[in-house]
Design a protein around this ligand. Structure first.
Ligand code: HSE
Length: 408
């Protein structure tokens, strides 16, 4: 039996206790029985089955030699960082769902874990319950990973699915998502895409073995999307999704997070509503697809508990993936080639020649119920060249990245 502590008894922390309680027999049968000895929280939980185990002082956890694993589900990068560091320095393994902390201090915390013969595990920090990190670090160890392309944020996927299916406005769907508890009161990290940007930075760091800082990744959220964008998506038999991508080349890692048009046959379109889907392209296996609940109490808690079991089953060893504190080589995203879709004011017939001259061969698209404008599908070009062209052009109403089929 391994004694553990949970830091933070919120949604994910209480989920950790629930997963351990519900699957106790199964987990024990696998030889790694876990027992929750303490729960650290500022609040008390009278009447809760675990209420008696709540403590308010971290030192009573740190100083208890029976505690071998800590599940850090408190979030933030202040106390969570200090507590994780102190625990690892004492040889206590830490399992976390805290992507902000993993992205910021993951390299250092993994190093401290290694120095102290324990583990810093963070499966739940990317893709919730989908075993993505374990897949990259264990399942694909014979592979050279060349590209990761995925829908890594459940909140925005819920919003985009609603906008697509119901033709609803962004503001109205966001309010509804907040009322249903899908979106946070302050939804900035999701709708401005900081959350999936941190997640792709973690995955890219694992693949490169060096730190990819999310702040160096081009990151565009979904707040500028309008009903008209979805009308064009329907006309193109495509869907708009917030896609985080990272391509690994000899020139470095090219990463970008932005709304994209995905063609109807894109495997990522299995992910609707709050679901996530991630496509990994590697050199021997080719494409492999990972799909599931990227957020939510039990899905996320399941990944944290999976890590706790791994740490408990391997005392004195360092498990999991990591990267060094050295910065990874990033490719200049302006040099990256991809296709685009651009919305332009005026009539397609009147502007076709001018638009073709600027963007080269492509084709115009008209959408139902969107008068006074048209769309143009731009074939692959360097991102920097595309952005320069639209900055210099009259009447650009919006654009999306779009790897369209070559011919209409
Ligand atoms: N806000 C995140 C999402 C939670 O919507 O995907 C899981 O990381």
């Amino acid at each position: 039996m391994t004694e553990i502590a949970i830091l933070g008894y919120g949604t994910v922390g209480s989920g950790v206790a629930e997963v351990i309680g519900t699957n106790a027999e199964l987990i024990a049968a696998r030889g790694c029985a876990l027992h929750v000895k303490y729960i650290l929280d500022l609040r008390d939980f009278p009447g809760d089955p675990y209420g008696e185990r709540v403590v308010h002082d971290f030192t009573c956890i740190l100083d208890d030699p029976e505690i071998k694993v800590i599940c850090e589900t408190m979030g933030g990068v202040g106390a969570a960082y200090q507590f994780s560091k102190q625990a690892l320095e004492k040889g206590i393994s830490v399992c976390t769902s805290n992507k902000e902390l993993v992205e910021l201090h993951g390299a250092e915390l993994s190093r401290i874990a290694k120095e102290n013969h324990c583990s810093y595990l963070f499966e739940a920090s990317v893709g919730g319950g989908i075993p993505l990190i374990r897949t990259i670090c264990q399942g694909l160890t014979a592979e050279k990973i060349e590209k990761i392309y995925g829908i890594l944020n459940g909140t925005t996927n819920y919003i985009l699915t609603k906008m697509d299916r119901e033709g609803a406005d962004f503001d109205a769907v966001l309010k509804e998502a907040q009322a249903n508890g899908y979106a946070e009161k302050d939804p900035t990290a999701d709708i401005e895409a900081h959350d999936p940007c941190r997640k792709i930075a973690i995955l890219a760091s694992l693949v490169t073995g060096k730190k990819v800082d999310w702040k160096n990744i081009r990151c565009e959220g979904i707040t500028k999307l309008e009903k008209a964008d979805f009308a064009y998506a329907w006309a193109l038999d495509a869907q708009i999704k917030l896609v985080a991508m990272s391509e690994f080349t000899e020139k470095g890692c090219y990463a970008c997070v932005s709304p994209r048009l995905l063609p109807a046959d894109s495997p990522l379109l299995c992910a609707q509503d709050v679901f996530n889907a991630v496509l990994i392209h590697s050199n021997m296996l080719d494409d492999s697809l990972y799909y599931g609940r990227g957020a939510g109490k039990l899905a996320t808690a399941s990944a944290v508990v999976g890590d706790a079991i791994e740490a408990a089953a391997n005392p004195g060893r360092t498990m999991g993936g990591s990267w060094s504190e050295e910065a990874a080589l990033l490719g200049d995203i302006d040099e990256y080639e991809q296709g685009y879709f651009v919305r332009l004011s005026g009539a397609a017939d009147a502007r076709r020649e001018e638009v073709q001259k600027v963007f080269g061969n492509g084709y115009t698209v008209e959408a139902k119920g969107v008068p006074g404008e048209f769309g143009y599908v731009v074939q692959k070009m360097r991102e920097g060249a595309f952005l320069e062209k639209i900055a210099a052009m009259e009447g650009v109403l919006g654009y999306l990245r779009y790897d369209a089929p070559a011919e209409k």
